[in-house]
Design a protein around this ligand. Structure first.
Ligand SMILES: [Zn+2]
Length: 75
């Protein structure tokens, strides 16, 4: 998933169809330029799981509540 602009944001966790509550911004330095941000969406339940998945790889940059992500234009 590349965008959080979907009409009804849904959790990115496999098999989960819950409404997203969080935006996880990440970057894989091997394939992305440093300023590039990929985003995953997470429900409350999967926020920690997905954060850890990205965190252990050193990819995770930011975890932002979905509401704030929308009001805040990403740099
Ligand atoms: Zn979920």
């Amino acid at each position: 998933m590349d965008s959080v602009a979907a009409e009804k944001p849904m959790c990115s966790a496999k098999g989960c169809r819950a409404d997203a509550e969080w935006v996880l911004a990440w970057n894989n330095p091997k394939v992305h330029t440093p300023e590039r941000r990929k985003t995953w969406l997470a429900c409350e339940e999967h926020r920690e799981h997905l954060s850890k998945f990205l965190g252990v790889r050193g990819f995770l940059k930011d975890v932002v509540p979905l509401a704030e992500w929308h009001s805040d234009s990403p740099a």
